[in-house]
Design a protein around this ligand. Sequence first.
Ligand SMILES: *Cc1c(COP(=O)(O)O)cnc(C)c1O
Length: 406
Amino acid sequence: MKLQDYLDLEERYGAHNYKPLDVVLHRGEGVWVWDVDGNRYLDCLSAYSAVNQGHCHPRIVKAMVEQASLLTLTSRAFRNDQLGLFYEELCTLTHSHKVLPMNSGAEAVETAIKTVRKWGYQVRSIPEDQAEIIVCQNNFHGRTIAIVGFSTDPGSRNGFGPFAPGFKIVPFGDAEAFEEAIGPNTVGFLVEPIQGEAGVIIPPAGYLRKVREICTRRGITLILDEIQTGLGRTGKLLAEEHEGIEADLTLVGKALSGGLYPVSAVLSNTEVMSVLQPGEHGSTFGGNPLACAVARAALKVLVEENMIENAAAMGSYFLERLREIRHPMIREIRGKGLLIAVELLPEAGGARRYCQRLKDRGLLCKETHDNTIRFAPPLVIDRNVIDWAIERIAGVFEESGDGHGK
Ligand SMILES: *Cc1c(COP(=O)(O)O)cnc(C)c1O
């Protein structure tokens, strides 16, 4: 089959809810992927940070294959011998008391919403059906009806109502605005430590510390969505560590499986998670032995192979090298660890064109919103590969003209 044949099949039979770059991938290893014609590319998206450990990491693949031939699914009607070990290892690593395992990130978000609402009614004695959760402008928490109902992105939301009530939206990065929005029925604040899909928006230093203090003082739960920022991406295991705080609920997903399988989890303290009783929440696949075995290996690899430290060191190096590229169309270069963005001026004509040209030079990136290119390679990247990438990125900016040697 030729490239065009693959594109035609997808076009003809698939729902058109994505607009991918026209590269058809066939194989991956570490930071590299290969298309059906054997061309090699550097993956600078890592499946939105699900592949932090690198493509097809051999230790995770081995754990998956071994478990797949033993036992894959029991449902939670019965117990399995991987679940408790997964709980213990994840809790020890993240200093959590309790875990609730799900599959996708959106399910972890939904689970957190249900849990803090129940906590509000039971512990805070909020009147029935009045619980309120505060979220941020430009948030991204997934695609379910409840979640898109509190999105401020028209593309995510328009045409899908009616939506669930009980959410209030405040500006991101503004702790005072958050505190002012708290009412008698507020039970939680759901926020990303860095807004990934909004374009790698980093809040002012001290924001999360202030938010933590406000939540504690006002008796509401802090729910950090670390589905994208967690598990090493920003140079710490969890991004909350940059501010030395702990959330009441932390949501992880994506890289929890190293990209081999959908695994997500809600990490919690005992007080909040204890409100859930048998039968009140669940998932057929959540906590299945295959997911647990894969996640256990993915976490082990992340820690034992020093990927978190590497993300911090290589993130700084990548940023430093990107900042050497001077171009009048670059508005800002920012990042934390290996979650990096180059924001272009609107006059640049959109980031998509740059992603296309980078693809032609062997670098796969995705624009976030119209004018931002995100660079988020697997955490196993090294200096030589970053140098290789910088040559190509600089080349694309040079070729796009308007340089004037500035
Ligand atoms: C990707 C993502 C989600 C949703 O995860 P899915 O597995 O796609 O449902 C939620 N929150 C954040 C911050 C994300 O980046």
